[in-house]
Each structure stands twice: as C-alpha cells, then as structure tokens.
Design a protein around this ligand. Structure first.
Ligand SMILES: Cc1cc2nc3c(=O)[nH]c(=O)nc-3n(C[C@H](O)[C@H](O)[C@H](O)COP(=O)(O)OP(=O)(O)OC[C@H]3O[C@@H](n4cnc5c(N)ncnc54)[C@H](O)[C@@H]3O)c2cc1C
Length: 255
C-alpha cells in the first residue's frame, strides 16, 4: 500500500525528468543478501546491456521501471538503482520478495532478460549542497538508492563535511548492505544502524531511524538530508528534521 501511495504521489508530482522507452537488459547475477535464517528474501540483481554496451547514466537516487518482457501480469514496478553512478558496466538493484513482480524477479536465473524503462525520477541532487554536512536516512530496501549516493559522495568526499547514515531494518537478520556500510568509516562516513526488533546477540540500537537522529540532534543550518523508505518513515523523518531546524529545501526525496 505504501508503495502504491508513493508511486501515485510520484506521478501526481510530474517528477519524471527523463522520459524513455523500454529496452531489454540481461540478468548477470541474482544473489540473496538477507541472512539465510531471515524470513524475508532480498536479492541483489546485477543487470547489464545484452551487447555489454554501457548502461544509461543516472543521478544517484534515480530508479528504473522493470518488468518481464511481453508479460503484463505481474505488472512492472519501480526499483531504485543501487549501484554507483560511476559504474557503467551494470546496474545493481535490490529487490525484496513479497510483491508479485518482486517474487518473479527474485527467481530469475542469470541470462534471463528483463524489460526496463528509465532511469527516471529526480534523484538526490547534492550539487547545490557542496560544503554541507550530509545525512542519509533509509529503511529496509530504501537503503539501496542511498548506496548510489554514498558512493558518489566517496568520489567527491572533500566536497562535503560530516556524512552520517541512519539505516533502519526490521531485525538483525535483515542486514541489507551492512557489510559495506561497516567499511565506510575509512571514508570518514559515520553509520548508525537500528533495528525495530532486536535479538539475543544484537548489541546495537533498537528503534526507528528518526529516534537515532533525534538523539544526535544535528543542526539543520548547514546540513542536507536524503530520505528513502515507505511514506510513514518519510513523513516521520521529515517532521523530526523540521523540528531540528531543517528547512524543507534541505530535506530531499528521490521522486
Ligand atoms: C520510486 C520507488 C522505488 C522503489 N525501489 C525499490 C527497490 O529498489 N527495491 C524494493 O524492494 N522496493 C522498492 N520500492 C519499494 C519501497 O522502497 C519499500 O517498500 C520500502 O522502502 C520499505 O522497504 P521494506 O519493505 O524492505 O521495509 P521493511 O523491511 O518492512 O521495514 C524496514 C524498516 O522500516 C521501519 N519503519 C516502519 N515504519 C516506520 C516509521 N513510521 N518510521 C520509521 N521507520 C519505520 C521498520 O522498523 C524497519 O526498520 C520502491 C518504491 C518506490 C516508490
């Protein structure tokens, strides 16, 4: 339901910045990234052009519309590009099973073709925010569009001040991209991970990303925040940021 609301809002906002027709991409890899004991299956798909041409360039945070060639049901859906905008050989897409198209895509084997439109959406444009501190807040698969943002920041690290990621997952077994996030300290990027429900061996934070943000109490004066997740999370984080003094122009969404 959240996703439907988001997509409706996306179309109502007229936010498509790049109109494009559909084209085919080929699945190179399809790898599970949630713990085998996790009830939710989340896959990382690697997609390349059939003739190994470079993929279409994109702005961090943009997404593609992806479906099964010549199949209307399940209908195509929107998936954020999780890979680096500096990587021209392929896109990486993080997909959670649980929707009909997600279930279908998660089972595809390498070599399968998918139908793609885009990249589209406004993405997260950090160009006007050089010199600012950057806050990235993502929950669940919403962390994937932020991955392309932090990779882009790493390529231009001196353009930004303090960079902090707040990532929220359902449980410690929903550890999407957490290995990669652990390694971000070498780029002077601080990572805070919280889970909604802990476990015996979880020593980290329990709660929502906005709770961790509030505890840190960053100033909104010279900072910008990028938000990615379901609408309830985006609304709650926006309100928290506004209460911390963030002007609306410093709270960015990717669609
Ligand atoms: C344009 C667009 C692109 C999309 N791209 C993708 C994609 O690439 N891949 C994909 O699988 N889906 C995608 N979606 C769907 C959407 O991103 C996910 O449904 C959403 O991010 C939730 O992720 P999840 O189901 O993994 O969350 P869950 O695993 O169900 O939850 C993750 C976290 O959300 C927290 N949470 C719940 N409620 C709140 C709240 N009120 N405040 C704060 N935190 C809260 C939970 O505690 C938990 O920590 C896309 C949707 C749109 C509109």
């Amino acid at each position: 339901m959240d996703v439907l609301i988001c997509i409706k809002q996306f179309f109502n906002s007229g936010a498509i910045v790049q109109q494009s027709s559909t084209y085919r991409m080929r699945l190179k890899k399809n790898v599970r990234i949630t713990d085998p004991a996790c009830v939710d299956i989340v896959m990382k798909m690697t997609l390349e052009m059939p003739d190994r041409e470079p993929v279409k360039p994109f702005v961090p945070g943009q997404f593609i519309r992806m479906g099964i060639p010549d199949v209307k049901n399940p209908a195509p859906a929107y998936f954020a590009v999780a890979s680096s905008p500096h990587e021209s050989r392929h896109y990486e897409i993080v997909i959670k099973q649980g929707t009909s198209i997600g279930d279908h895509l998660a089972l595809l084997a390498p070599g399968a073709e998918v139908e793609v439109e885009g990249p589209m959406g406004k993405g997260f444009n950090l160009a006007p925010f050089k010199g600012c501190d950057v806050i990235l807040m993502g929950v669940g698969t919403g962390i994937s569009p932020l991955r392309s943002v932090w990779d882009s920041i790493i390529h231009h690290r001196s353009d930004f001040g303090k960079v902090t990621i707040y990532a929220g997952f359902l449980t410690p077994l929903h550890n999407l991209l957490t290995d990669e996030m652990d390694a971000l300290s070498r780029h002077n990027i601080e990572v805070n991970i919280s889970v909604a429900t802990g476990s015996d061996d979880w020593n980290g934070a329990i709660g929502y990303v906005q709770d961790m943000l509030l505890a840190d109490h960053p100033s909104g004066e010279n900072s910008v925040a990028c938000l990615a997740g379901m609408s309830a999370m985006v609304d709650a984080c926006s309100e928290t940021l506004q209460n911390l003094g963030f002007n609306d122009s410093r709270i960015l969404l990717n669609f």
